[in-house]
Design a protein around this ligand. Structure first.
Ligand SMILES: CC(C)(COP(=O)(O)OP(=O)(O)OC[C@H]1O[C@@H](n2cnc3c(N)ncnc32)[C@H](O)[C@@H]1OP(=O)(O)O)[C@@H](O)C(=O)NCCC(=O)NCCS
Length: 179
């Protein structure tokens, strides 16, 4: 598939509906792990839901609105990442991501986000990259912090995840200001 090899172990592929079965299986195995931070788990009940989501992402990719990539680690699907939205008017890319629990702690997502920054700059000509994380989500916050993003502020009650409201920490990288 259309892919970029980032290291000997890590590859990112443009997400296509053919990944639905394996990606759903990863999601299903990690339901309780992901449910702490992500609001859509209860709506993803079968591989057909994942397939429908991937079809939507591919059509958004075609319109230049988003880029959804599937992360492959040592040949197995490990998670997803991408630009959830691309604001072409203001040239801002909004990054989101998740990994299966068994793929945490290996530096996979930091490597992937570093590459997404390059894609944003070189392919989409964005001038700013935005990452938003729930305040208590230390592992997620560590990624923009590790990559030199600035903390721009806190959005209060930014997201409802099942019965809880989360504040969001907003991180940004202004590409012209990169050292
Ligand atoms: C957020 C999430 C992607 C972070 O995963 P992660 O494995 O911590 O992130 P990385 O892949 O960048 O790995 C970093 C870890 O690998 C270690 N590591 C090993 N090699 C590394 C390398 N070459 N580069 C960077 N880190 C490396 C780091 O020390 C760090 O481990 P530590 O936290 O124990 O110190 C993951 O926890 C997740 O999917 N959570 C659930 C969904 C979620 O919260 N999504 C985000 C919503 S905003």
């Amino acid at each position: 598939m259309f892919s970029r090899k980032l290291t000997d172990q890590i590859q990112i592929c443009l997400s296509v509906p053919q990944f639905a079965e394996e990606l759903f299986s990863l999601t299903d195995r990690n339901r309780s792990f992901l449910r702490v931070w992500l609001p859509w788990l209860d709506g993803c009940k079968a591989s057909s839901d994942t397939r429908q989501f991937l079809e939507l992402q591919l059509s958004r990719f075609a319109k230049g609105e988003a880029l959804h990539v599937t992360i492959v680690y040592e040949g197995a699907i490990a998670g997803v990442a991408g630009f959830n939205s691309i604001d072409r008017t203001n040239r801002i890319g909004y990054i989101g991501y998740w990994l299966g629990e068994e793929f945490n702690g290996k530096g996979i997502m930091t490597t992937v986000v570093r590459d997404l920054i390059a894609i944003g700059r070189d392919f989409y000509s964005v001038q700013k990259i935005d990452i938003r994380c729930a305040t208590a989500n230390a592992r997620s916050r560590a990624i923009p912090e590790r990559l030199g993003f600035s903390h721009e502020g806190t959005l209060r009650r930014a997201e409802r995840v099942y019965e809880q409201w989360y504040d969001h920490e907003v991180y940004a990288l202004v590409l012209g200001e990169r050292p």
